[in-house]
Design a protein around this ligand. Structure first.
Ligand SMILES: NCCC[C@H](NC(=O)CCC(=O)O)C(=O)O
Ligand SMILES: NC(=O)OP(=O)(O)O
Length: 324
C-alpha cells in the first residue's frame, strides 16, 4: 500500500478488517517491522483520536513518530502555484512536503475543507500536492472529502458487534449541530459501506433532511430517505453524524422535525448499536440518555482506531521493504 486516501486504496476489504482484528488480539507480533522507520504526523486541524491512536499503532510496530502541529507551529503554507509569495504565506507546499519526506518514511496529514468553494475542496488539491511532493507513502488523517482511517475503524467495529448469519442493516442518520461541519466523515462512511454492501457484508441506508444530499460518488447503491423513522425501523447499527449541505455548499439549512436520536427513537430499531466518530456534542447531535446507555459503542469504536491505523501502517511498511 503506497497511499491510504479512499476505499479504492484497499484491494480486499474483508482481508484488512480481519487483519486489524488479529492485530487487536496480538498487538506486538509485528513489533520489529517498523524498526528505524519514522512516521510523521502533520496536523492542520485539531485531533484527539487520530493523533493518539495513530501514534500508538506506530509504536506497536516499532516505528519512531514525529508530530507537527502545522497550523500552530509551522510556517504559513502556500499551496497555489505561479504566484509571488508577497503576502502572509511563508513556505510553499513544494518545499515543505519535500523536506518532511526527507525526515520521514511514511507521512500522515490532516487537512479539513474550508467549506467555501466546493470545487476547490473536492479537488483535494492540498492532499494531492502533499503526495506528489513528499515522495513517500501518505496516509490520510482526514482530508477535505474523506476520513478513511475512521471508516475502516467503523467496519471493524460493525464486524466485531455482529454475530448473525444475515446481513446487518446499517443506517447513517444525519443529526443536528450548531455549526457547519465537513462532509468528509459521512462521505467516507458511505463510500466504505456501499463497497461493503456490494460485497454482501451489509445493507446500507442513509437518512437526512432535504437539502443534505451527499455527492452521489460516495452514496451510489445506498437506500436514501428523508424520513428518519423509516430508516430506523429494524436498524442493527445507527451511525450518527452531522454534515453541512453539499448542494448549497457548506451551508446549514433549517430542518423540520426532530433529528436528534433519543430513547424513544431507539425503540424503533432492532436494539441497535449506536456509533459516532467523536467528538460528539451531547444533547445536540445525540441524546445523553443514548450515549450513556449500553446501546452506545462509541468508546469501543474509538478504541478500534488503533487497529485500523496499525493494519494500514503495517501494509505501508511491507510495501517499503518490497520497494527497497
Ligand atoms: N475527526 C472527526 C470529526 C471532525 C469534524 N468535527 C468537528 O469539527 C466538530 C467541531 C465542533 O463540534 O465544534 C467533522 O465532523 O468532520
Ligand atoms: N474521530 C476523529 O477523527 O477524532 P479526532 O478528530 O479527535 O482525531
Amino acid at each position: 500500500m503506497k497511499q491510504f486516501f479512499s476505499v479504492a486504496d484497499v484491494a480486499n476489504l474483508p482481508d484488512i478488517v480481519d487483519e486489524a482484528l488479529r492485530l487487536k488480539n496480538n498487538p506486538f507480533v509485528y513489533g520489529q517491522l517498523g524498526t528505524h522507520k519514522t512516521l510523521g504526523l502533520v496536523f492542520l486541524n485539531p485531533s484527539l483520536r487520530t493523533r493518539l491512536s495513530t501514534q500508538k499503532a506506530a509504536a506497536n510496530l516499532g516505528m519512531n513518530v514525529m508530530v507537527m502541529n502545522m497550523d500552530k507551529d509551522g510556517w504559513a503554507l502556500e499551496t497555489r502555484d505561479g504566484i509571488a509569495m508577497n503576502g502572509t504565506t511563508v513556505e510553499h507546499i513544494r518545499e515543505a512536503a519535500a523536506v518532511m519526506g526527507q525526515y520521514c518514511d511514511v507521512l500522515g496529514i490532516r487537512s479539513f475543507p474550508k467549506l467555501q468553494d466546493r470545487e476547490a475542496d473536492y479537488s483535494e488539491d492540498l492532499f494531492q500536492k502533499f503526495i506528489a511532493y513528499s515522495g513517500v507513502p501518505v496516509v490520510s488523517l482526514e482530508s477535505a472529502t474523506r476520513h478513511p482511517l475512521q471508516s475502516l475503524t467503523d467496519l471493524i467495529t460493525i464486524r466485531e458487534n455482529w454475530h448473525q448469519s444475515r446481513k446487518p442493516k446499517v443506517v447513517m442518520a444525519w443529526a443536528p449541530h450548531v455549526k457547519a461541519l465537513p462532509q468528509a466523515v459521512p462521505n467516507s462512511f458511505a463510500e466504505w459501506m456501499c463497497r461493503a454492501q456490494g460485497e454482501g457484508m451489509a445493507e446500507f441506508t442513509i437518512a437526512h433532511p432535504p437539502g443534505y444530499t451527499l455527492s452521489e460518488q460516495f452514496t451510489h447503491g445506498a437506500t436514501i430517505t428523508h424520513v428518519l423513522d423509516d430508516a430506523l425501523a429494524d436498524a442493527d447499527f445507527v451511525y450518527v453524524k452531522n454534515w453541512s449541505s453539499y448542494e448549497d455548499y457548506g451551508k446549514i439549512h433549517p430542518v423540520s422535525g426532530q433529528w436528534m436520536l433519543n430513547h424513544s427513537r431507539l425503540a424503533l430499531t432492532n436494539q441497535a448499536k449506536i456509533m459516532h466518530c467523536l467528538p460528539v456534542r451531547r444533547d445536540v447531535e445525540l441524546a445523553s440518555e443514548v450515549l450513556d446507555s449500553p446501546h452506545s459503542i462509541v468508546i469501543q469504536q474509538a478504541g478500534n482506531r488503533v487497529w485500523a491505523a496499525q493494519a494500514v501502517l503495517k501494509r505501508m511498511l511491507e510495501q517499503l521493504s518490497v520497494d527497497k
